[in-house]
Write a protein that binds this ligand. Structure first.
Ligand SMILES: [Zn+2]
Length: 394
């Protein structure tokens, strides 16, 4: 077989595998938020409980052959199922085509895994306004660990760039979460009190980061967490005071005062974002593992968006979105993440306005827009295509 034929065979193979994983994804998206097993029992028709046979489980084709109806009761089956299977198949094929195994080795594997996890997370968010920690937090690890597999000739992030991207992603969103929440609460302090690692840790890192850059931010957050653990209560400043000081520090560093000790405005902003993001993710990981250790596990999902959090406080940006930003940042690097976030905001605004004009009132969560924006950034911002064409000498 010629190289082109081998490559085409790989792309088709991954596309077929993608369709099968898409079929499994439909099951996960349906059952995970209900706390049901995703591997057992076999899938049934929701209307007549008829157990689906092997032929009815063939992705896309079975839906087309049966014309979207259950073979037993004739009830309509949502077109969403074959669409998800097709989206998974298409995404897998595009990734396999862009990163041929003969040229870039295992580079495609982490991206295939991330694509499947992120698509499932986005669909669950769309259905339930919840982003499962069991998808977003492991996806961040896949994103960072996967960077070790990327071929250096691709423009995909190095492991260090992936780690930085995860911190920047979580950092940008957690700062929007804190500042937006403060505005919505009319500048009142939050009621949340957690230790050892919490939003107070994030706040400490965010404030010190402005003045001292990101090493200082990491030291400050670590010190806050250790001291809170030792004191068995959160050591904190009220959020209105802390973010007033944060703003003053930002203005001071912006006016060049920080040059006296070698911190520019860029250093300060980067320090604040990276420090806040690092502790937002570590905190998420800590509390996720703590939930796991406890036998009385609650719902395996985290609020992603709508109007109120557990304490009944209004939130501008759900904490689920903060956790989702970590794998997106790891996948794209910090610059690609910001491009994807821009796409997400624009897309979210367009869809929001269109929905208003159409008279709809359903709140659409931000998570799916973040995923779509990130995938667009991956395709557009990454000159993978140009690189691939260059390899072929086109
Ligand atoms: Zn049926």
């Amino acid at each position: 077989m010629s190289d082109a034929a081998v490559h085409t065979s790989w792309v088709v193979l991954w596309g077929v595998l993608g369709a099968l994983i898409g079929s499994f994804a439909n099951v996960v998206v349906h059952r995970w938020p209900r706390g049901e097993s995703v591997v057992w029992p076999r899938s049934r028709c929701p209307r007549c409980q008829h157990v689906l046979g092997p032929l009815e489980l063939v992705p896309i084709v079975s839906w087309l052959v049966l014309r979207g109806r259950c073979s037993a009761c004739g009830g309509a089956i949502s077109a969403r199922y074959p669409l998800v299977e097709a989206a998974m198949a298409l995404g897998f094929a595009v990734i396999a085509w862009s990163l041929p195994v003969t040229e870039t080795g295992a580079s495609a594997l982490p991206l295939l895994t991330l694509y499947a996890m992120l698509l499932m997370a986005a669909l669950i968010d769309l259905d339930t306004y919840l982003l499962p920690d069991g998808l977003t937090i492991p996806a961040a690890f896949v994103g960072v660990a996967g960077a070790f597999l990327y071929d250096p000739r691709t423009s995909l992030p190095s492991p260090a760039e992936a780690l930085l991207g995860a911190a920047v992603g979580a950092g940008v969103l957690v700062l929007v979460n804190r500042l937006g929440g403060l505005v919505l609460r009319r500048l009142k302090d939050t009621k949340e009190r957690l230790w050892p690692i919490s939003l107070d840790t994030v706040n400490a890192a965010a404030f010190v980061g402005v003045l001292g850059g990101w090493w200082a931010a990491l030291v400050a957050g670590g010190a806050q967490a250790l001291a809170s653990g030792a004191a068995r209560r959160p050591l904190r400043l009220p959020e209105p005071l802390l973010y007033a000081l944060w703003l003053i520090a930002l203005v001071l560093v912006g006016s060049g005062v920080g040059e006296a000790w070698g911190v520019s405005l860029v250093d300060g902003v980067a320090g604040s974002v990276v420090g806040a993001g690092a502790f937002a993710f570590l905190g998420a990981l800590w509390w996720w593992l703590a939930d796991w250790r406890r036998s009385d596990r609650r719902s395996p999902v985290e609020e992603s968006g709508p109007p109120h959090d557990d304490d009944g406080e209004p939130v501008a940006m759900g904490f689920g979105d903060v956790k989702l930003a970590a794998p997106l940042g790891a996948m794209l690097g910090w610059d690609g993440f910001l491009v994807g976030l821009l796409f997400a905001v624009v897309l979210g605004a367009v869809v929001g306005v269109a929905q208003r004009l159409a008279g709809g009132s359903r709140f659409v969560p931000f998570g799916p827009f973040m995923v779509v924006g990130a995938l667009a950034a991956l395709l557009v911002a990454e000159p993978l295509l140009a690189w691939y064409l260059g390899l072929l000498g086109v």
